[in-house]
Write a protein that binds this ligand. Structure first.
Ligand code: FAD
Length: 399
């Protein structure tokens, strides 16, 4: 008789695990509490599904906070592998000028449709509206949201691919945390999320406007260059997400979150100071405008730099190239694109098997790794999904 495997969660990690195991003679069940699969994956496709990144793999793996842990899997199932996999599903990949990999059509839906069709043809049984409510050794308790019935089933192996805790209306509600020992989980924190600062009313006219080409860094950390959007709650953009790890580290150390900005990274202090020198007949705002200090950048300087320094071009230039913003926190985790934290590396084997319950394997965003946006999140979800499935296969061959 075929061994029975349950995969909890039909997101990218769970589906990838199902794909690997469907090559073998297992009775394979995927349980998903939502009425359809991969809702977060579809949401990710709304603004262009950035599925991976074409930079050299050694550089690629360094984007993860747990580079050494993820490296073997991400190298094995890298951006090239993902592009070939997409082609097999009839989806042409496209590499943008920044190296980001997308489906040519940008959307996730055609890829997901083709993928689910192929998985169903491999005999995988999908059970939608099935909420797993408890895990006991090799048993899962279900609540069938359609029939309102509870039942318990036994499996030879179980893969948990339940996601983290952001955007819970898409399914990743984090209820699974109650099935594990609290010591096994690093508390979740918002990642790839905006940051908050209580602007004065003077900033309102620039809400929604970008700070174009600025450098950002946290303490002695790496400087990254890009755009930042001023929002009513603080700051938002991919550049802010890149600095998220450093900002979380400050919180962890019990410090206040502080982000440093250089509003003119292509000019030296001296060059900028020269341009900012007050003219005899020119108004200050005219001098600033000619120096490129206008719009959102000028508003930010007026907000953060003491008025007494505005006429002191040398000091003003120094401040503009090293503007420190004392942030009050991240946006709520519910709004975050991803989450830092999750099931700890040390409670898992090299096969992503839970040491406290060897019939259980885990993958995807529920694990304690994190990366900025840029295709790194989905790549690691796919790779850990495949790794957990290979772990299950090895385990079941031996038992
Ligand atoms: C707005 C947005 C944009 C994004 N854009 C990108 C991008 O461009 N590139 C990128 O790399 N990443 C992106 N991401 C992140 C990416 O979508 C996630 O990292 C990825 O979906 C996580 O995959 P997962 O399979 O681990 O979990 P999820 O996709 O969250 O799937 C988990 C599944 O498990 C189900 N589940 C949970 N608990 C239970 C239970 N008890 N019983 C039954 N089912 C359960 C959930 O319903 C869900 O379907 C984006 C995320 C968001 C929110």
């Amino acid at each position: 008789m075929s061994k029975r495997i349950a995969i909890v969660g039909a997101g990218p990690a769970g589906l990838m695990a199902a794909e690997v195991l469907s090559q073998f003679d297992y009775e394979l069940h995927v349980y998903e509490q939502k009425p359809s699969a991969a809702r977060k994956f579809l949401m990710a496709g709304k603004t262009g599904l950035n599925i991976s990144h074409a930079e050299p793999v050694e550089q690629f793996v360094q984007r993860y906070d747990q580079a050494e842990w993820l490296s073997p899997w991400v190298k094995k199932w890298d951006a090239v592998w993902i592009q070939n996999w997409m082609k097999q599903l009839g989806i042409e990949p496209y590499i943008g000028s920044s190296g980001r990999v997308f489906p040519t059509e940008m959307k996730a839906a055609p890829l997901l449709r083709a993928w689910l069709k192929r998985l169903a043809s491999h005999g995988i049984q999908f059970h939608y509206r099935h909420k797993v409510s408890q895990l006991h050794q090799q048993h899962l308790e279900f609540y069938d949201l359609k029939t309102k019935e509870h039942r318990t089933e036994k499996f030879d192996a179980i893969i948990l691919a339940c996601g983290a805790v952001s955007w819970s209306e898409l399914g990743s509600d984090g209820a699974w945390q109650a099935w594990l020992n609290p010591d096994e989980i690093e508390p979740f924190q918002a990642s790839n999320a905006g940051v908050e600062y209580p602007w004065s009313a003077f900033m309102q006219p620039v809400f929604g406007q970008p700070l174009k080409r600025v450098a950002a860094w946290v303490e002695q950390g790496e400087k990254t260059i890009g755009d930042i959007v001023i929002s009513h709650y603080g700051l938002e953009s991919g550049l802010i997400y890149k600095q998220g790890r450093g900002l979380r580290e400050q919180l962890k150390q019990g410090q206040k979150m502080q982000l440093s900005l250089d509003l003119f990274p292509d000019q030296s202090v001296e060059q900028l100071a020269k341009k900012l020198q007050p003219g005899k007949k020119q108004s200050l705002s005219n001098v600033w405008r000619k120096a490129g200090l206008e719009g959102a950048k000028a508003a930010l300087v007026r907000e953060l730099v003491a008025k007494s320094l505005w006429q002191d071009s040398a000091e003003l230039a120094r401040q503009i190239k090293n503007l420190t913003i004392p942030l009050t926190g991240f946006r709520p985790i519910e709004e975050a694109i991803s989450c830092a934290g999750g099931v700890k590396r040390e409670v898992l084997s090299e096969q992503l098997q839970l040491k406290s319950n060897p019939r259980v394997f885990l993958c995807g965003e529920m694990l304690d790794w994190d990366a900025p946006t840029g295709g790194y999140l989905l790549t690691a979800c796919f790779a850990t999904g495949r790794a957990a499935a290979e772990g299950v296969h090895q385990f079941l061959r031996a038992h």
